[in-house]
Ligand binder design. Sequence first.
Ligand code: CDP
Ligand code: CDP
Length: 235
Amino acid sequence: MGKIVIAIDGYSGCGKSSTAKAVARDLGYTYIDSGAMYRAATLHFLNRHLSPTNPKDVKSGLQDLEITFQPNPDSGQQETYLNGLNVEKEIRSMRVSERVSDFAKVKEIREELVAQQQRLGRKKGVVMDGRDIGSVVFPDAELKVFMTADLDTRAFRRQQELIERGELVDLEDIKANLGQRDEIDSNRKESPLMKVADAVEIDTSNLTFAEQVAQIVHLAEQRIKQTEDYASNHR
Ligand code: CDP
Ligand code: CDP
């Protein structure tokens, strides 16, 4: 069966990564969490006390930044490694969430991570989620989805996730963080978050998780079929 690239973009906490993971599992595709890469890069810079606004700091931080994904031996879920260390839990902390958008604004950091993401997806059969996947990383993706949900719903979902990880954070603080990141991500100069013209918009505020996964799998199956039909007509 032909393989396609599925790009899922949208605001924080609307369900992109958990949905992308489930879609990848259903289709037998690889899931790539581009946000985890920006989070891991942020942790790397913070641990080294490097500033996103100092070009020398940015250059030096990028010199020894290695981000990889490896499956957890028990759950099979991909986990993020920074220079060989498992940072899956640490990159989701509020310490990183509070700073990640400042680092994700930096052109040189984006160029490095986008190049890595393009390498990871070059064989197709990938579902990647982020902010600029349909616009910059894979502008030719066969399926582009733009996910949204209202801020209260997104903050509540994120709070539940943090509780499950043992971090109790006030709902208002989460709302402030999501709102602030949406603002920075949407208005930055370098590849801002936006809905591209050929993306299908899905508002998940009133959908169940299973419904939104089924919608995207259905769209993907249609696109896979169209790609195969096109290929057989042009042989
Ligand atoms: O999970 P959540 O939606 O909160 O965020 P994420 O996908 O883990 O991304 C964290 C941050 O990384 C975002 O707020 C963006 O600032 C940045 N990011 C980006 O700029 N471009 C991407 N393709 C993915 C993430
Ligand atoms: O990647 P993004 O920040 O857009 O969202 P996420 O990290 O997937 O977090 C969304 C959370 O909301 C996850 O815990 C999902 O299980 C949950 N959720 C959802 O995504 N969609 C629903 N309809 C209901 C809950």
